[in-house]
Design a protein around this ligand. Structure first.
Ligand code: GLV
Length: 316
């Protein structure tokens, strides 16, 4: 029997694989985040950690675990930029994530933001709730059509492809850009070309050193005043201040944003920006999907503790 630290309360059923395997689960009764110091202390006598994207599992945490008996860290998220995978590899600690189970749910949310931002849904709704709507007007809340528009996907993994399937139902022309040619129709080799041609740009890349601030001032300028930007990937992929400036200046039409550079802090000029729909990182937030993500992370832990190679092992 192994000891498994679970850093937060997981959705119902999420811990089932650990329970079925008979592992000891170390979990606090309250659901407050562990501080970095708490995490450093908590990893010294466990075999595995199940953590969330809000836990910073850096080299110090991994080294503290490796000095004890830590074998595996499993992130209840598909993105794992919160874990120092280079240090993990060096220290012989496996890292798992949750690929596949959240694609459709996250694509739904991306499409929600495509629609809500393009049709100025937040502005219209907040005027109504705030008592500022005084009757129908022919020139009110004039958004941009989603049907028939050109959708530019930056990144074309499982989630990007799931957004493309939804776009087909809206009669959109779908372009996509990745570093390597996908061989799929709509592939655009140059990011700048895609940004210039798309009406709506949706981001589906992981956060790495090469995607940090992939969308900055010059990229937003290429998109132009008719364009809509949607980010359900990771906040730092977009220069948030540049985005806020572009929205205030009318350099792009609208934005639908689910992720932020310094979560949970949001750039104040983004909060005050017009034509922005801002959600609190809820891309995968459905009951069914969050439970599947938790189970998948725990499955990965069980496999590593069994000496097997888990299907959701982050490649070295
Ligand atoms: C959520 O953002 C995830 O990476 O799963």
């Amino acid at each position: 029997m192994a000891r498994v630290l679970v850093t937060r309360v997981l959705p119902d059923g999420g811990l089932d694989p650990l329970v079925a395997a008979g592992h000891e689960i170390v979990q606090r009764s309250d659901d407050t985040p562990l501080t970095h110091d708490d995490l450093l202390r908590a990893v010294v006598d466990v075999d595995a950690v199940v953590c969330l994207l809000t836990d910073r599992v850096d080299e110090a945490v991994l080294a503290a675990g490796a000095a004890g008996r830590l074998q595996v860290v499993a992130n209840v998220a598909v993105g794992y930029d919160n874990i120092d995978t280079t240090a993990a590899r060096r220290l012989g600690i496996a890292v798992c994530n949750t690929p596949g189970v959240l694609d459709e749910t996250t694509a739904d949310l991306a499409f929600l933001l495509i629609l809500a931002a393009s049709r100025l849904a937040w502005e219209a709704e907040s005027d109504l709730r705030g008592g500022r709507w005084h009757g129908w007007g022919v020139n009110q809340y004039l958004g941009r059509d989603v049907h028939g528009a050109v959708l530019g996907l930056v990144g074309y993994g499982r989630i990007g492809a799931a957004v493309a399937r939804r776009a087909a139902g809206f009669g959109m022309t779908v372009l996509h850009h990745t570093r390597h040619d996908t061989g799929v129709a709509g592939y655009i080799a140059e990011l700048d070309t895609l940004l210039a041609e798309a009406d709506i740009v949706s981001l589906h890349v992981p956060l790495t050193e090469s995607t940090r601030h992939l969308i900055g001032r010059s990229e937003l300028a290429l998109m132009g005043p008719h364009a809509v930007l949607v980010n359900t990937a990771r906040g730092p992929v977009v220069d948030e201040e540049a985005l806020a400036d572009a929205l205030h200046a009318g350099d792009i039409f609208a934005a639908g944003i689910d992720v932020y550079e310094g979560e949970p802090e949001i750039h104040p000029r983004l909060l005050s920006a017009p034509r922005a729909v801002l959600l609190p990182h809820v891309g995968s937030a459905t009951l069914a999907t969050r439970a599947k993500m938790a189970q998948m992370a725990c499955d990965g832990v069980c496999a590593v503790l069994d000496g097997a190679v888990p299907a959701n092992l982050v490649p070295a």
